[in-house]
Design a protein around this ligand. Structure first.
Ligand SMILES: [Zn+2]
Length: 445
């Protein structure tokens, strides 16, 4: 296979990447007033569009500032490359060896926030494109780079794009690992709301996507609760006033690997308070992390089993509430699960309130798109890792016939969202070469 990348591409791409990393594009906006996600993200979007113009593309900036895109080529069909320019905050600065928002090249790496997620992969795809047009090759399809600005939070950028703009026929998302991710589970986050209680109150848990590792109860009957938990051999502490269950916190997408402290606490509490929300937890959830008492077995070959996480529990005088996070195998309908859940909770005086629903991603492994990208990756690297499925989420699921593809190599450390995030120049250039071949095969053949 042809090698596309030359020294000029290498030099220029490093400069371009440094420029983008130096803009601290952390979300600081309220999502409504211009610019919706803060000045830095807006600056980064404009800087990227300027770069695209330098590379020979025509550009468009959403007047409301949610997204931008850059186009090239001609033809009926459009191939899209979906990237994002926002980054997560730097976190504890003392853990960084170099400044997160002033890119440094050290030991063959570009260091800085966004170098892996997702500014490095974005630049790799852009200079892969540049390498193809430098050969003077005719594009028979159009290519569009779409730049999102809200990936790390609520994806409002892609929601707007999909409302207002043309849909591509196919494409890829350089915001994951090589080789291809062709399936991602669906996501459902919901609240179950029930009656309040004048007898006791309780607030446990954190975010939807975390299996609660601790759950505490304080009340005049805490000792009784502690005794009940002891009978069941549940790990807990009791200090005379508060009983605390120690479970194991993990990400909700791997709920089965954790221990849900709220579900365990409920099995003790139910002996003291016969509240319907506790009954629901004890009778319909128990120690399960796969929702089987509610839904039966929900599992498929492509993406595995359902994960069901009770993320939080609140009981107050006014109301009671549970937050749920479900990751749903791609061959199951989210709507059917919602209907089943609604039916099962009425017996417990609970009401369903949806918080977020995101359809899964599935492009068959035998599809032209997956086969083409897998062949390119294997030819370029010799790596025979099989195509991937995931409980996580990329922009790929926001459009049809779209998969996640690189630019992280399976052999190197994943440093996205961590301190000392960095990308090796070698991997940046190898990804660029893979993307050049990909763009050539998808747009020019
Ligand atoms: Zn990302």
């Amino acid at each position: 296979m042809k090698i596309w990348i030359n020294e000029t591409h290498q030099k220029e791409s490093i400069q371009a990447l440094k420029k983008l990393i130096d803009i601290p594009s952390i979300n600081s906006g309220d999502g409504t007033t211009y610019p919706p996600f803060g000045q830095a993200i807006d600056d980064c979007l404009k800087e990227t569009l300027l770069l695209c113009e330098d590379l020979g593309m025509s550009t468009y900036l959403d007047p409301e500032g949610y997204y931008g895109y850059a186009d090239y080529g001609q033809g009926e069909e459009m191939v899209a490359v979906l990237c994002h320019l926002d980054v997560v905050p730097a976190g504890d600065l003392s853990l960084w060896d170099t400044p997160p928002f002033s890119a440094v090249i050290k030991n063959g790496k570009v260091l800085g926030r966004g170098s892996q997620d997702d500014k490095g992969p974005t630049i790799a795809a852009l200079y892969g494109f540049k390498a193809v047009i430098d050969e003077g090759i005719l594009f028979t399809k159009r290519i569009r780079f779409v730049f999102g600005t809200d990936e790390e939070t609520l994806w409002r950028c892609m929601e707007r794009y999909n409302l207002k703009e043309e849909q591509p026929t196919m494409g890829f998302v350089p915001d994951s690992s090589f080789p291809v991710t062709y399936a991602e589970k669906g996501l459902l986050q919901a609240k179950l709301i029930g009656p309040g209680s004048s007898e006791f109150n309780l607030t446990c848990g954190e975010a939807f996507n975390i299996v609660p590792g601790r759950a505490s109860y304080q009340g005049k009957d805490a000792k009784l609760v502690s005794q009940e938990l002891s009978k069941k051999a549940i790990e807990q502490e009791f200090d005379g006033q508060t009983v605390t269950v120690n479970g194991k916190a993990v990400h909700a997408s791997i709920a089965g690997e954790g221990v849900n402290a709220i579900n365990q606490l409920a099995t003790g509490l139910i002996h003291v308070h016969s509240h319907p929300i506790l009954k629901f937890l004890v009778e319909k959830v128990g120690n399960e992390s796969n929702g089987s008492s509610i839904f039966g077995e929900i599992k498929d070959e492509m993406t595995g089993g359902l994960t069901f996480n009770v993320a939080s529990l609140y009981v107050g005088e006014d109301k009671s509430e549970i937050d749920l996070d479900l990751r749903i195998p791609v061959s199951f309908s989210i709507e059917n699960l919602v209907q089943t859940l609604k039916e099962k909770i009425t017996a417990y005086d609970l009401e369903y309130k949806e918080f977020d629903r995101v359809a899964g991603l599935y492009v068959p492994e035998e599809s032209e798109l997956v086969k083409t990208l897998m062949a390119i990756y294997q030819n370029k690297t010799g790596d025979t890792t099989k195509a991937l499925t995931s409980g996580g989420a990329t922009y790929a699921r926001t459009m049809k016939n779209m998969v996640a593809f690189g630019s992280h190599f399976p052999t190197s450390a994943g440093l996205a969202h961590q301190s000392n995030e960095g990308i090796s120049l070698d991997e940046l250039f190898r990804a660029m070469d893979i993307y050049a071949e990909t763009i050539y095969q998808l747009c020019c053949k």
